[in-house]
Write a protein that binds this ligand. Structure first.
Ligand code: FAD
Length: 457
């Protein structure tokens, strides 16, 4: 019997996790796998770009977890690099791809199973669409390489403006500081890190200013100035900031153009609709995973778009196991995320106050100031924990942490509590580890839970 054929669109986290898992369960005589990737790399860690640009990671090779040769030789996956899929024909069960290295020659590939894992598209406002040199996104390794070449170029850039105060923006601001540039960070919202509540964002802003960053929050970019084909300034509604390099971190949206054209269902968040097993809803034999899909939020029960590598890897794995004949489900997200900028750490999970209100919850919020270690232990530094809990029931709905070294990963304890629908009452008695180098005798998480217990009553 002829082998079944799996075609994968997108050769990074979600797509190649799916390919690897399917291959583990079915050999090449049973399942042929063809993966189309329009870029130069497979299975690369975009998450590492800020640390590569900042000099913590020496070269891009370190960011590639499995290269195309490994996929071809060890896993019998026919990886077609520099091939962009331009059409999905569901009726004929074919994809059409353009070979970007050979004048756009078209190839057609038949599929029995299709994994759509085309990731996300960076948000690029009109003012950022410029021919001038010196303006960079940081979505791909190619973007990182281009930015590095510019930073090492002649004349050497001295002043950077990072536009967007989300986690990618602040990580890139850190990278620029590490390279010795003076850095302005421009954010349209009143506070940076809008994934946390504004009161916690204000703590982030103050800390960033203390790190020598020029933070301009509540400020919108309206245009760029250029000189001799190079960017020279960023124009905002609050003045003009000189810039030799501009880095964009304005967020992403699901890359669904091809999917929508083919008639795959798109949900209210703009992501592709999938079921628990990562099957595209109502389209047999078609799967989707990663930054192009929407997920279910386990606290609100609503569809959400949370484009993170942690989900892309898990979702791709789930799709691959199912294609391979196994059984796996993706249980949804609770919105956990951590980031760091020059030792300032931010963690969040669950719902922010505005999200909890939008989901219809009545809730209380509490905040505690504590330290990451026993107050007397060398290196103890401040840490703020905020909890949001449902009124009366005391069910944890969300948590946020802003602090210094070793603060942010405490969010994982809170994410587990949230995942398991724990109440703040139950959390207040948790048996968490204590020793002076790691925590005060009352861990900040426990102190916050105790305060929340008082507040819900
Ligand atoms: C700077 C940066 C830092 C990040 N840091 C973190 C972090 O700390 N933690 C975290 O969890 N996440 C982080 N992320 C997010 C994470 O990288 C993404 O969520 C993850 O890469 C998504 O994987 P994916 O496979 O769904 O999509 P992608 O990684 O975007 O891969 C999609 C692939 O599809 C290819 N493609 C698209 N269209 C086509 C087509 N038509 N034909 C062929 N190929 C196509 C693209 O070239 C791309 O390689 C970061 C992202 C960036 C940019």
């Amino acid at each position: 019997m002829a082998a079944e054929r799996l075609v994968v669109i997108g050769g990074d986290a979600a797509g190649m996790s799916a390919a690897s898992q399917a291959r583990r369960r079915r050999d090449a005589t049973d399942l042929e796998i063809v993966a189309f990737e329009r870029g130069h790399f497979t299975s690369y860690a975009a998450c590492g770009i800020p640390y590569w640009v900042g000099g913590l990671v020496e070269d891009e090779e370190q960011l590639i977890s499995r290269d195309p040769e490994t996929f071809r030789n060890k896993h019998q996956v026919d990886v077609r690099l520099r091939h962009e899929v331009t059409m999905i024909d569901l009726e004929r069960r074919e994809v059409v791809a353009r070979d970007l290295e050979n004048g756009g020659t078209e190839v057609r590939e038949r599929f029995d199973q299709l994994v759509y894992a085309a990731g996300a598209v960076p948000v690029t406002p009109d003012w950022a669409r410029t021919d001038a040199d010196g303006v960079f996104g940081v979505q791909t390794l190619d973007d990182g390489a281009a930015l590095l070449a510019w930073l090492d170029g002649d004349p050497r850039p001295q002043r950077a403006v990072v536009v967007g105060g989300g986690y990618i923006g602040v990580e890139m601001a850190e990278a620029m500081i590490q390279r010795g540039l003076s850095v302005s960070l421009v954010e349209r919202s009143p506070e940076p890190m809008s994934t946390v509540d504004p009161d916690m964002g204000a703590l982030v802003r103050k800390a960033l200013c203390g790190l020598g960053l020029d933070v301009r929050s509540g400020v919108s970019v309206t245009g760029l100035e250029t000189r001799d084909g190079r960017v020279s300034a960023v124009v905002t509604d609050d003045g003009t900031l000189p810039a030799d390099v501009v880095v964009l971190g304005l967020g992403v949206r699901p890359n669904t153009a091809l999917a929508a054209e083919a008639g795959l269902p798109i949900g209210p968040t703009g992501g592709i609709r999938v079921d628990l097993r990562m099957r595209v809803v109502d389209v047999p034999g078609v799967w989707a995973a990663g930054d192009c899909v929407e997920s279910v939020h386990r606290v609100s029960g609503q569809p959400v778009y949370v484009p993170l590598g942690t989900h892309a890897n898990k979702q791709g794995r789930v799709a691959g196991i199912n294609i391979g004949g196994g059984y796996a489900t993706f249980a949804g997200v609770v919105g956990t995320a951590v980031t760091r900028v020059c030792e300032l750490e931010v963690g969040r999970t669950g719902l922010r106050e505005d999200e909890a209100a939008a989901a219809g919850f009545e809730f209380v919020s509490v905040r505690v100031e504590s330290t990451n270690r026993a107050g007397y232990y060398p290196g103890a530094r401040p840490m703020t924990v905020k909890l949001i809990a449902e009124r009366r029931s005391g069910r944890l709905l969300g948590a946020q942490i802003v602090g210094w070294s070793e603060a942010a990963k405490r969010i994982d304890v809170l994410a587990v509590a949230l995942w398991n629908r724990m109440t703040v009452d139950e959390m207040a008695g948790l048996d968490l580890g204590y020793a002076p180098p790691y925590a005060p005798v009352w861990d900040p998480v426990l102190v916050a839970a105790r305060k929340a217990v008082d507040a819900i009553r």
